[in-house]
Design a protein around this ligand. Structure first.
Ligand SMILES: C[S@@+](CC[C@H](N)C(=O)[O-])C[C@H]1O[C@@H](n2cnc3c(N)ncnc32)[C@H](O)[C@@H]1O
Length: 270
């Protein structure tokens, strides 16, 4: 691929998903987009770029965007945020007089491990939170991961990454004749999946008490991260919880959030 094609694709991806590509990612772009190119009758990424320039079909643009997303996820990723949710966040909300419902958003949910981990935390605490109503909205830009998330079927390898055996037995059933496991219906129905690009208008989602927006802002440049942080802030009440990835730093130019000293990656709206 020549510099011109790389520049074109970087610009396209930045605009459509926020992905910030550096020159050394050229090989990655080539390897991820070659199958898309072939599917549309092109023998190289250079021809795919020509095709997009001459006929910018939404279907191809979506496939290019999705192919460049990194969908790596695991159950109870980093452990601590989920322990903190159970041990500190839920009791804090329980102590608010008159409050008996929570809206939680998993904002880049990938294949569903994150929203199902949240749902399992809520079910584990159900006895202490009797009468509470929950709504978990899980969104992603990529339709193919959302389809997988809704189905809730995970391979042995995916199950082994973070899901404790007691949780596996309680909340999943083994698929007959396979080594895969599916989330039980009571877990699946707790999560409401939708397509949502974090760069687009988020207001139709409504307000949330808690947002998990983990391991996605790292793919954006600083300006995009700051913009998304501002948009997320509008969906939270004062004191609302924003969980980022444990290694992510919030770019908060307007100083809207305070970093928690109790849990790495947790921010509270001022
Ligand atoms: C690495 S996964 C993180 C999954 C999960 N949050 C976790 O921490 O395990 C990043 C996800 O962000 C999604 N994504 C990337 N850009 C996005 C955007 N602009 N809007 C919404 N989702 C996006 C990708 O499709 C991908 O599924």
């Amino acid at each position: 691929m020549q510099a011109a094609e790389f520049q074109f694709l970087s610009g396209l991806l930045k605009k459509r998903s926020g992905l910030a590509l550096t020159e050394e990612k050229q090989y990655l772009v080539e390897s991820r987009l070659l199958p898309v190119a072939r599917k549309h009758g092109c023998d190289s990424v250079i021809s795919l770029v020509s095709l997009i320039k001459s006929k910018p079909k939404e279907e191809i643009l979506n496939e290019v965007t999705e192919a460049m997303t990194t969908n790596e996820s695991l159950f109870f990723r980093d452990t601590k945020p989920f322990d903190y949710l159970r041990q500190a966040t839920l009791p804090e909300y329980k102590a608010i007089p008159g409050k008996n419902s929570l809206r939680i958003w998993s904002a880049a949910c990938s294949t569903g491990q994150e929203p199902y981990s949240i749902a399992m935390c809520l079910l584990e605490e159900a006895a202490k939170m009797a009468g509470w109503r929950y709504e978990i909205i899980a969104t992603d830009l990529a339709v193919k991961v959302l389809d997988r998330a809704k189905e809730g079927v995970y391979s042995q390898f995916e199950i082994q990454r973070g899901l404790p055996i007691q949780m596996l037995i309680k909340y999943f059933t083994q698929q007959p004749g396979t080594t895969s496991w599916q989330a039980k219906e009571n877990l699946r129905t707790m999560v409401n999946y939708r397509m949502q690009n974090l760069l687009e208008d988020l207001s139709p989602l409504g307000k949330f008490d808690i947002i998990f927006c983990r391991n996605v802002l790292i793919y954006f440049d600083e300006d995009t991260r700051a913009m998304v942080a501002g948009h997320l802030a509008r969906l939270l009440p004062r004191g609302g919880h924003l969980f980022l990835g444990s290694t992510e730093m919030l770019i908060d130019r307007t100083n809207l959030f305070t970093a928690s000293d109790q849990c790495r990656g947790l921010y509270r709206l001022k």
